[in-house]
Design a protein around this ligand. Sequence first.
Ligand code: PGA
Length: 250
Amino acid sequence: MRQVMVAGNWKMNGSSESVKELIAGIKQGMDSAPDTEIVVCPPAVYIPRVSGAVDGTSIKVGSQNICDEDKGAFTGEISGDMLKDVGCEYAIIGHSERRALYGESDELVARRFAAARRNGIKPVFCIGETLEEREAGVTNDVCARQIDAVIALEGVEALADGVIAYEPVWAIGTGKVATPEQAQEAHAFIRGKIAALNADVAEGLRILYGGSMNPGNAKDLIGQADIDGGLIGGASLKAEDFLAICQAGS
Ligand code: PGA
């Protein structure tokens, strides 16, 4: 059985004060979702504060990116070692905002995946198609290409060390959620593609859905056979909404 995981991607939101309140709210209500693995991914500057606040609870902390190199002259980057040092267990990798707005290629994303692994951090590896690509009927090709970049560098077994987040770009922050059927179809393709190379890895791998997941649609999405949780943007900024999604997985 794959444990449901719900991860909050806070993106570039929050302040010292609001982060304190948000994490206090999540801690207070987390017992209502005992079977869900709860992860929060704050902006990097707030990671130490959040790690301190969740210490002694089962809430895990993740970063929103990770440098592909381990040390040295990489201004503005944060290494896996540093993330580990401040309590990160996960790192989001290849988010579509990083790919689209900051030009991260499949190859760079794969190198970041490798950096997470060698530093003992679990990658939350994001993939997904744009609206244009969906309309052109190449959703599966895009997902396959993005996954293949990691497999080429690290081998299929490496996928067992993290989770995949399928996030159709057209559904992110738009309120336009994929239907449970659309999402399940993509998730089944992803699992099937990996199963063709290694059935055990595919069976154990958690594939999260991301893109306008909210308390109203979470249960139907997570209820699909190949959807093992969610990567939540907007709805993760309110403790009540985030907890309701966590409960949908419990
Ligand atoms: P959203 O973002 O839930 O606001 O659509 C999801 C994500 O970008 O991970």
